[in-house]
Design a protein. Structure first.
Ligand SMILES: Cc1cc2nc3c(=O)[nH]c(=O)nc-3n(C[C@H](O)[C@H](O)[C@H](O)COP(=O)(O)OP(=O)(O)OC[C@H]3O[C@@H](n4cnc5c(N)ncnc54)[C@H](O)[C@@H]3O)c2cc1C
Ligand SMILES: NC(=O)c1ccc[n+]([C@@H]2O[C@H](COP(=O)([O-])OP(=O)(O)OC[C@H]3O[C@@H](n4cnc5c(N)ncnc54)[C@H](OP(=O)(O)O)[C@@H]3O)[C@@H](O)[C@H]2O)c1
Length: 391
């Protein structure tokens, strides 16, 4: 049986690995539109997280397996190889194409010069071949990062890290030189809900507090708007640990430092305001908990100065040519990885990773996810072997 895996990020590599481990005869081609494999492990994981980036070595052993081929520079879809042609060439196709674009805020001023998606900023400092933008930090003294997930923490840290720490990494020279010349001394990371609902993980949060010559500030009064901050005991352990870290920062004495990171909560972005033809501030509405895990607006507003705004409000899957697509979740409808067409799961076409379950989860989450898809594929395999027209 010949299987095509489209996408060589973690989900594509784990799919290939699971296939060759479970089927002694299968031949797998892993195709990627980029010449370089590993998806977001190569082009998303922050350069200063060298240990996580080194997972590329584990993924490489998969691509070097004797029954696996990596074919880079091959895009499936319009302008590349039609999806229908893949179905002729292989008994089964597994789409592991990730969630390539960013979510939008849908507020006035979002597209002002100086306002960027975190995706654009990450692609720039990761030397993604699609990256065309630069000039992120030029003319900026203060930055606002909208969102309190792990990507928001990554981009905040990149803005606050000194060049001494970034130089030994694989960050490309243009980004390194621009960050070395950066005058950004104030970064504010802003969440629309409370500290107990932030999506960042404690390890990543703590790391902000260990950056040299940088102080992290939080206001105890703002944190206290969250009832779970006042009494964190009922919270699940990960959220409780986040709250404990924030409590420590709220109680700390100010220090003389060159850079400051402020974590703000219960502020919902409503507009980006222009100043001299580019973004100059973000207008937020104060929110309060609605008692159901969400928030409601209070009609009070606050403007935070920023010449650089990074919108880090999550990623989004894109439609894949020839496959059904759920625009609400940005995923391909599936049951255990089998693509669902016209209400029923069809053998022969599968999904794994972010395009299957949405843009959440760390690299390791994609391993069991890929395994589930491969289990479905191998259950269907007798059908695929007789029906398929792989040539
Ligand atoms: C900025 C960022 C930083 C992260 N940092 C960490 C971290 O430090 N630690 C951690 O555990 N997790 C991290 N994650 C999460 C982790 O990267 C994801 O869980 C994982 O990459 C998802 O894997 P995937 O294979 O579904 O998608 P991706 O990694 O996005 O891979 C998709 C692949 O498909 C290819 N592709 C897309 N369309 C086509 C097409 N039409 N034809 C051919 N090829 C195509 C792409 O080029 C890409 O190589 C991070 C995520 C982001 C966004
Ligand atoms: N080091 C690591 O392990 C690492 C690094 C990077 C990424 N990742 C993983 O990759 C995945 C994606 O991360 P992510 O940070 O992109 O997504 P995420 O975890 O979903 O966080 C998105 C953030 O954006 C906020 N948001 C969404 N819509 C908004 C709006 N309209 N206005 C204001 N805020 C809005 C969310 O707030 P609400 O909660 O209120 O919706 C949330 O704080 C996650 O699973 C993450 O853990 C891991």
């Amino acid at each position: 049986m010949r299987v095509a895996v489209v996408g060589s990020g973690p989900s594509g590599c784990y799919t290939a690995q699971s296939l060759v481990q479970q089927d002694p005869d299968v031949l797998v081609d892993v195709l990627d539109r980029l010449p370089c494999p590993y998806g977001l492990v190569r082009y998303g994981v922050a350069p200063d997280h060298e240990k996580i980036k080194s997972l590329q070595n584990n993924l490489r052993t998969v691509l070097e397996h004797e029954r696996v081929r990596f074919l880079g520079g091959i895009e499936i879809g319009p302008g590349g190889v039609p999806a229908a042609r893949l179905r002729e060439l292989y008994h089964a196709v597994v789409y592991c194409v990730g969630a390539a674009t960013d979510r939008h805020l849908g507020i006035p001023g979002e597209d002002l010069p100086g306002s960027w998606s975190a995706t654009e900023f990450v692609s720039w400092y990761s030397a993604h071949p699609d990256s065309t933008a630069d000039g992120f930090v030029i003319g900026a003294r203060s930055a606002v990062v909208i969102g309190v997930g792990n990507v928001a923490v990554d981009v905040t840290r990149m803005l606050a890290r000194g060049v001494t720490e970034l130089s030994p990494t694989d960050m490309p020279d243009p980004a390194l030189n621009a960050l070395a010349a950066s005058r950004v001394t104030e970064v504010r990371m802003v969440g629309r809900r409370g500290p107990s609902q932030a999506r960042f993980t404690t390890k990543e949060l703590r790391e902000l507090g260990s950056l040299p010559d940088t102080e992290v500030t939080v206001s105890a009064a703002e944190l206290a708007l969250d009832p779970a901050y006042l009494d964190p005991s009922p919270l699940p352990a990960p959220q409780r640990r986040n709250v404990e870290v924030l409590r420590g920062w709220a109680a700390a004495e100010p220090r003389p430092v060159s850079r400051r990171i402020s974590l703000r909560f219960f502020l919902r972005p409503v507009e980006l305001l222009a100043d001299g033809g580019r973004v100059g501030a973000v207008r937020f509405e104060r929110t309060v908990p609605d008692g159901r895990g969400g928030v409601r607006g209070t009609g009070e507003f606050e403007e935070i100065e920023a010449q650089l705004v990074l919108r880090s409000v999550g990623y989004r899957g894109m439609p894949v040519e020839g496959l059904p697509f759920d625009a609400g979740s940005g995923t391909v409808p599936n049951v255990d990885g089998r693509v669902v067409r016209g209400g029923s799961a069809v053998p022969g076409e599968y999904v794994a990773g972010w395009i299957k379950r949405g843009p959440t989860g760390v690299i390791g989450t994609n391993r069991p996810d890929a395994k589930e898809t491969v289990t479905s594929l191998l259950e269907d395999a007798p059908h695929a072997r007789t029906q398929g027209s792989a040539r």
